[in-house]
Design a protein around this ligand. Structure first.
Ligand code: NAD
Length: 728
């Protein structure tokens, strides 16, 4: 079945309709490109064809390149990627030059794009090669080049065309940040040409084709008088742009994301040479990024596997469990956030707290988020009213009658939780699924308070709820399949990404984050300079150093968790050295960001200043410091080994969840694709060697788990996909 359908109307305008069979969204494959190529040849050769409109048979134009194909392309090696990309450039260039005789500037055929909705990646790069882009006035449509978000960059001419069209400065947010806009925003940014009512889309596009003049078909960069907007690098203005952009990119990425640097190089080097040469440079940079194991690890975790989890890869086979009415117990920071995301997704919410004031305060949280949205032009006043009307704030448990899911987010206290569980279950009825948002208490223990432990589950949100995309679902020992399906369907409704793990101390995410924080603090206690610890983490691509992270999550909470963990573990407790530091910090009144004092200093307005100098009085930095690599290995292995142990112990049952969960849950070095992705990049043998060195120097906590040692012996990896290369 064909991806592209040909139609020629009586007026001589051909319509090429993109309609990938069997998919709700068009995605481009190499075979699709070959089909498009043949149809363009046909249009250019047939004298009856005056021009072409390229459009879509679906509600959107296209979601981009099929990333599965891209991941597979690596298997063919650099030459195959480069040749494949150049083949695409040839087709797109054929569209752009339109068969025109460039000596006389005559004889070309207009080719335009008509976008009914979303146009992303190659779905925008193809239109960018046409002579005019029309988009339907569809505010839901997203237009842009998000490739950078999955570790690659626009390599289908998008980098070269957008930078030449808009100049490096205006192109930066589109290319470097992957910013998406609705059609009106895309027009304002200069990416597309016209926004028209949906019903007039094809008519307007055809009328333009019939009226187009020869001059309309010459792209600015194919005109002799073309100058790079804002100046190419050798121009003083352009020079400043590129120096600034280079510094900004390195500041933001710390040099760990190969795609950002390659993108900048493609724009910079491309701007110095003629257009066709620039496309070749773009293809070469794209090839080098695709050959880097980081890009396939990112595509795998942030696109392919993230989507698979969102679509329910690990959902039990149970009938649809979509939530219609939700009960939320506790309207504090977490409960209020959960109520907001649910109401925003169209779910009716009963928000309960011990007093009406507290419940109202929880509802007011939604109001303030919606007001912010109105200020930024993202939310209409009518939408605000609609979302708020779904939240009933009350102290009356009777209001829970008819809710099909309850999420409990009261104080972190097993007795308080047991009390509200009983009351709420009685009020809601037998069918209700009951979820706790606890971050530290084992689910199986809490389920003892439930009349129906099979319907009891953990749904662990991260703070702030409206921003954090991961939700950790925890199966207690008795949790049944319907509860898991309910939790997964709820997470799908609120458009977040779920992982499902088994019950154990700190579940998965916190289990890995805590050793990371502790390793950082332990190094401070050993006399390692705090700035070295923090910068080493940043240079690994961690969004926050361990000291900043504990400031954000609160040192007071760290103290509480340390006390509870020690009580539970007794003589086996391994973190006395860490506790001495945080207990001392707490004694100094430095409880973290919320008190404007922690490992960092803060201004009165709460802005983070430098590291707190008082720390050096108690823990002076040694004259001899560890190497950067040693500090990084300690910080990385502290997290990664815990992830492997979670897998060995069956807390994690799927490495995809371990990787996606790590990146979305605590920002684990996204360039690596996650802890298991990172281990595959360096190889199990190298990982075991690092563990051996760290164990000899710093202790048994770095001993390689058996699973890793076996992999090193057998030469296997976690994913072992074809084309995966191993760096030493
Ligand atoms: P919070 O103190 O902000 O809110 C708790 C709310 O529960 C308060 O409004 C309180 O009035 C209410 N409450 C207490 N007892 C109640 C009762 N008997 N009936 C009704 N309401 C009652 O706490 P939080 O930070 O929102 O945390 C809530 C839960 O979420 C805890 O279990 C916590 O471990 C978990 N959690 C917190 C975070 C976080 O970052 N804060 C992250 C994940 C999970």
């Amino acid at each position: 079945m064909a991806d592209f359908i040909w139609d020629l109307d009586a007026g001589g305008v051909a319509t090429i309709t993109w309609d990938t069979p069997g998919k709700s969204m068009n995605v481009m494959s190499m075979a699709g490109f070959a089909e498009l190529d043949a149809l363009i040849d046909r249009a250019l050769a047939d004298v009856a064809v005056k021009g072409v409109v390229i459009t879509s048979g679906k509600k959107d134009f296209a979601g981009g390149m099929d990333l599965n194909v891209l991941a597979g392309m690596r298997a063919g090696g650099a030459r195959a990627i480069f040749d494949g990309v150049m083949q695409m450039h040839t087709v797109l260039r054929k569209i752009e030059l339109a068969g025109m005789d460039f000596r006389t500037k005559k004889g070309g055929k207009p080719i335009v794009a008509a976008l009914p909705g979303t146009a992303l990646g190659i779905g925008l790069e193809l239109p960018l090669a046409t002579h005019r882009i029309f988009a339907a006035d569809n505010p839901k449509a997203k237009i842009g080049l998000p490739e950078i978000m999955v570790g690659i960059f626009p390599g289908g001419g998008g980098t070269t065309r957008v930078s030449r069209k808009l100049g490096a400065m205006m192109a930066a947010p589109i290319l470097l940040e992957g910013r998406l806009s609705d059609p009106k925003g895309a027009k304002a940014a200069g990416l597309i040409d016209e926004v028209v009512p949906a019903d007039d889309l094809i008519g307007t596009a055809k009328a333009w084709v019939l009226a187009a003049k020869d001059a309309d078909l010459v792209k600015p960069w194919d005109d002799k008088s073309y100058k790079f907007p804002g100046g190419a690098p050798y121009h003083p203005a352009g020079f400043m742009t590129f120096v600034g952009a280079s510094a900004m990119v390195n500041g933001k990425t710390q040099g760990v994301f190969p795609a950002a640097k390659a993108l900048l190089s493609a724009v910079y080097e491309g701007s110095l040479v003629p257009f066709d040469q620039a496309l070749k440079i773009e293809a070469r940079q794209f090839t080098s990024v695709l050959m880097n194991p980081s890009s396939s690890a990112m595509i795998r975790s942030l696109f392919i596997n993230k989507e698979a989890l969102e679509k329910g890869a690990n959902r039990p086979q149970v009938a649809d469990q979509s939530v219609k009415r939700l009960g939320v117990l506790g309207a504090g920071m977490m409960g209020a956030g959960i109520a907001y995301v649910a109401a925003n997704a169209g779910i009716e919410v009963v928000l309960i707290d011990a007093t009406q004031e507290a419940a109202d305060r929880g509802r007011a949280h939604s109001e303030s988020l919606l007001d912010k949205g109105i200020k930024r032009g993202r939310v209409s006043p009518a939408r605000k009213d609609e979302v708020l009307s779904r939240i009933t704030a009350t102290t009356d448990y009777a209001a829970l009658r008819g809710v099909d899911l309850i999420v409990e987010a009261v104080f972190e206290d097993a007795k308080v939780k047991a009390g509200v569980t009983k009351r709420a279950e009685e009020a809601a009825g037998e069918e209700v699924i009951f979820a706790t948002n606890t971050s530290t208490l084992p689910i199986t223990g809490l389920a003892a308070a439930s009349a129906r432990p099979g319907n009891y589950i953990g749904i662990h949100f991260f703070s702030p709820v409206d921003k954090m995309m991961l939700v950790e679902i925890i199966r207690g020992r008795k949790t049944g399949d319907r509860a898991v399906a309910k939790a997964l369907d709820f997470v799908r409704q609120i458009r977040k990404t779920p992982i499902v793990v088994n019950d154990a101390r700190f579940f998965y995410a916190n289990r890995c984050i805590i050793p990371y924080i502790n390793e950082g603090i332990r190094m401070v206690a050993e006399g390692i300079a705090p700035a070295l610890v923090e910068n080493a983490a940043k240079l690994l691509g961690m969004p926050l150093g361990p000291l900043q992270l504990v400031d954000e999550t609160s040192i007071e909470l760290g103290v509480k968790i340390a006390r509870a963990t020690k009580a539970a573990m007794g003589a086996d407790y391994p973190d006395e050295a860490v506790d001495r530091v945080i207990f001392w910090m707490a004694d100094q009144g430095r409880l973290g960001r919320k008190t404007n004092a922690g490992f960092y200093d803060y201004s009165d307005k709460g802005e983070r200043l430098g590291l707190w100098e008082g720390l050096a009085g108690k823990y002076p930095a040694d004259k001899v410091q560890l190497s950067l690599a040693d500090v990084q290995h300690r910080l990385m292995m502290a997290q990664v080994l815990e992830a492997v142990r979670a897998l060995e112990e069956g807390v994690l049952t799927d490495i995809r969840e371990g990787d996606v969960g790590a990146i979305l849950g605590w920002g684990f070095a996204p360039w690596s694709g996650g802890p298991f992705g990172w281990l595959d990049i360096i190889g199990a043998a190298r990982a075991v060697q690092i563990c051996r060195e760290l164990t000899a120097q710093f202790g048994h906590r770095f001993e390689a788990p058996a699973l890793l040692r076996e992999m090193a012996e057998n030469g296997t990896g976690f994913y072992g996909q074809p084309g995966e290369t191993r760096a030493a």
